[in-house]
Ligand binder design. Structure first.
Ligand code: EPS
Length: 395
């Protein structure tokens, strides 16, 4: 699968083209819009989410509710465009002298982007570096997710912490689900119902209070998100070459999300502090069940390949760089010290980033799946995945 997004934050629309999706996959706008709506939620979002109601228009590649095998193009209109059309116009009459950004925000793409592309108005940088673009990724991710669900692979996420506000119970939930003691779907439903995307609501009030405090102080907050993929066959990705390693693809995809500063798979950084016998997962076998592990410290990936255990990823999101109590910076028009520009922003977008991370994971896994299975039609993929499960059981 290849995909390409385009669109400025305050341009007319976001567009994404996804190429390489097999024919015969049922996909509806309602399905894509459900994912888009999930991305818009979360306590601590700013004014923009009150303006937008993200909806995908299918422009190609789907007929009668099923994919054709041709490139799928999706468009999400920016409702805010009406307020920006003169300023953001692609034509010579654009009112580019208005709403100029000349005081770069520390932590944002503003200054390096301006130097790199030679823009004196850093609006030209922030319009594309903005996380608004993630709406297009979520739309593409919904298609990938549809493909994964058709072969029994599901993706989940929840928020482990926001700033210092954390819930030790939350961090145990995916271990409980891996062991079959709670249902993945139940955890997901609870996270989707929570204002901070937590499956265990006991820390919700503390997290909300932390967001309120940051907002009152003109500050912003990041957090940690856990993402899981369940139902994988053995052998997506490969040890055989660096770019085929599933963990490297996942880490790259996660780091491509705006404001993500760290990725862990399984035990992650903790595995560096433990001895080998406490890090690796002993292998067992039972007739009918095949090979299995009682622990999943590897996070579902060994040697760059899925081992059929749930893939468990944690990502760290930094606080959004737009601060209503701005930091010191330099005005690039006169190089004088000033406070950074304030653009409308979110206090905390961690719950939304969880949905973006789900979409990125779906895109990586769908890509890895099709690389392994080949095929042009959904039935071929389904047959091949069934065969992969059988082969692993009978091995
Ligand atoms: C976002 C849209 C943006 C921001 C936010 C995420 O819209 P606007 O800039 O018009 O308020 O709310 O992006 C950022 C804060 C950022 O720094 O990138 C969205 O659709 O998610």
């Amino acid at each position: 699968i290849r995909y390409l997004t385009a669109g400025e934050s305050h341009g007319p629309a976001l567009t994404v083209i996804i190429e390489g999706i097999v024919a015969g996959l049922p996909i509806t706008t309602a399905y894509i819009n459900t994912q888009l709506a999930r991305r818009q939620k979360g306590y601590g979002r700013g004014g923009r989410m009150a303006i937008e109601k993200d909806q995908a228009t299918i422009l190609s590649g789907i007929r009668g509710g099923k994919t054709l095998g041709s490139p799928i193009s999706l468009q999400i209109e920016n409702r805010d465009w009406v307020n920006w059309q003169e300023i953001m116009s692609p034509h010579g009459d654009a009112r580019t002298e208005e709403r100029q950004v000349t005081c770069p925000r520390p932590g944002h793409a503003d200054l390096s982007g301006a130097i790199k592309y030679g823009h004196r108005d850093m609006r030209n940088i922030l319009e594309r570096s903005s996380a608004r673009e993630t709406a297009a990724r979520v739309a593409a991710g919904a298609v990938a997710r549809g493909l994964l669900e058709a072969v029994g692979i599901k993706i989940y996420s929840h928020v482990l912490s926001i700033g210092n506000a954390t819930n030790p119970k939350e961090a145990e939930l995916y271990k409980e689900a891996t062991a079959g003691r709670v249902s993945w779907q139940e955890l997901q439903d609870k996270a989707d119902a929570s204002q901070v995307h937590c499956s265990d609501s006991s820390a919700e009030a503390t997290m909300i209070a932390a967001i309120d405090k940051a907002k009152a102080e003109g500050d912003s907050l990041g957090g940690i998100i856990e993402i899981a993929a369940v139902g994988l066959p053995v052998g997506l990705g490969s040890y055989s070459h660096d770019d085929r390693r599933l963990d490297s693809q996942i880490a790259g995809a996660m780091m491509s999300i705006q404001a993500i500063k760290g990725v862990e798979i399984g035990l992650g950084f903790e595995s560096a502090r433990q001895i080998g016998s406490q890090v690796h997962d002993p292998i067992y076998h039972k007739e009918g069940k095949g090979y299995y592990r009682q622990t999943n410290r590897a996070g579902g990936i060994e040697g760059g390949m899925s081992n059929s255990e749930p893939i468990i990823i944690r990502i760290a999101m930094k606080p959004i760089p737009t601060l209503y109590q701005p930091l010191d910076t330099i005005d690039i028009t006169n190089r004088q010290p000033v406070k950074a520009s304030v653009e409308r922003s979110d206090t905390c977008a961690v719950p939304a980033a969880a949905i973006v991370a789900e979409a990125q994971l779906a895109l990586v896994l769908a890509q890895a799946l099709l690389t392994t299975t080949g095929g042009d039609r959904l039935e071929q993929i389904q047959e091949r995945v069934q065969q992969m499960h059988k082969d692993a059981n009978n091995f």
